[in-house]
Design a protein around this ligand. Structure first.
Ligand SMILES: NC(=O)c1ccc[n+]([C@@H]2O[C@H](COP(=O)([O-])OP(=O)(O)OC[C@H]3O[C@@H](n4cnc5c(N)ncnc54)[C@H](O)[C@@H]3O)[C@@H](O)[C@H]2O)c1
Length: 323
């Protein structure tokens, strides 16, 4: 099959590209980055277009040249905190860009678009686990979350319902793995990347108060596999929303312990990690939910997908610089 991956030079997109090529598909990538500057993320088997998806003319050229059968749409402004500084940029890429992908998919007869949605669409919820059929909080908590919600709406409105391509939305929960941003002071870094970088440098791990926030973490190779299953499943195609998570959650203290290799038996109370100078506390951040936890029964039923890598295994793999 000919598969176009948007954002294929990013963390998740690059793993999807590798897996597609490994499975024998023909792959092209649209990314606004230049592949030669991101060779750790690029795959020699793929064709790279350096284009901006919010520019319809540039994006049309890629569809015209490649004529894909399927699109895996990962390109996005993808982090929460920077979205407060530049909401317009988020709207342009995540909403206008997604609209362009859907319009062109319809024109060029793409069979299915698989959309990288986000668990942040749920907003602030008190009831766990998060189920796809529950009501979303009235407001998203940040511009990033609003634009990811709008992307899901576009998948519905411009998909099969209006004679567009088949669509399916995969709501990812905190994805981690190799190629995630590791820079501890970068605005795009995520907690596991930050902790590992700090651990490798012998620095204390930085905990955002109060450290008891719970997150459902998903290994990137499981996410890549879910995308390919969503391309081919005959049980989806009508903008279904499907959680892609592990179905288990961990506090930041739990994650810190796994990275540090310090069990609860050795140091029972989390704040002892601060006393031992293994961790330091940071100021609180705005718009953080207390807990995420995915109900993954729909992914099992619709895609036949289940996670295969636990957080313990995933962190060990990262420490050994594997996947
Ligand atoms: N990483 C996570 O934990 C997570 C969780 C939920 C959802 N998601 C979603 O998964 C997708 C991939 O996320 P990621 O973590 O790999 O992010 P990433 O930032 O590593 O990758 C995004 C890619 O999109 C490209 N891009 C951004 N704007 C573009 C534009 N206008 N035109 C063309 N390319 C553009 C970037 O250059 C980058 O290579 C995103 O849609 C994100 O919202 C990620």
């Amino acid at each position: 099959m000919k598969v176009l991956v948007t954002g294929g030079l990013g963390f998740i997109g690059s793993h999807i590209v590798d897996r597609l090529i490994g499975n024998g598909h023909e792959v092209a990538v649209i990314d606004r980055k230049l592949w030669t500057e991101y060779d750790d993320y690029a795959n020699v088997g793929a064709y790279y277009f350096q284009r901006d998806i919010s520019n319809a003319k540039q994006t049309r050229e890629c569809f015209y040249k490649f004529c894909p059968n399927y699109v895996i749409h990962c390109a996005a402004e993808a982090r929460i905190q920077p979205s407060f500084e530049n909401p317009y940029l988020y709207f342009r890429t995540n909403v206008v860009g997604t609209r362009n992908i859907l319009v062109l998919s319809k024109i060029f007869g793409v069979r299915r678009v698989v959309y990288s949605a986000s668990s942040s669409a749920y907003g602030d919820q008190t009831k766990m686990p998060l189920r796809e059929d529950m009501a979303l909080s009235p407001q998203a908590l940040h511009p990033y979350g609003s634009t990811k919600r709008m992307g899901e709406m576009l998948m519905k409105d411009m998909g099969k319902m209006t004679k567009g391509p088949e669509t399916v939305c995969l709501r990812y929960f905190n994805v981690y793995g190799s190629r995630q941003t590791m820079l501890a002071d970068g605005p795009y870094a995520t907690v596991i990347g930050i902790f590992l970088e700090q651990y490798k440098k012998g620095m204390p791990l930085t905990i955002v108060p109060d450290g008891y926030q719970m997150r459902d973490f998903t290994h990137v190779s499981d996410v890549a596999r879910a995308n390919i299953m969503a391309m081919f499943s005959d049980r989806v195609g009508n903008a279904e929303i499907i959680n892609i998570g592990s179905g288990e959650n961990y506090s930041m203290w739990d994650v810190a312990r796994l990275v540090l290799g310090i069990s609860q038996d050795r140091v029972p109370r989390p704040f002892e990690l601060v006393k031992l100078k293994k961790c330091v506390m940071l100021p609180p951040r705005k718009a953080e939910v207390f807990e995420t936890l995915a109900d993954i029964s729909r992914a099992k039923n619709f895609l036949g997908w289940e996670p295969t890598i636990s957080l313990e295994e995933g962190i060990e793999l990262l420490k050994k610089n594997k996947i």
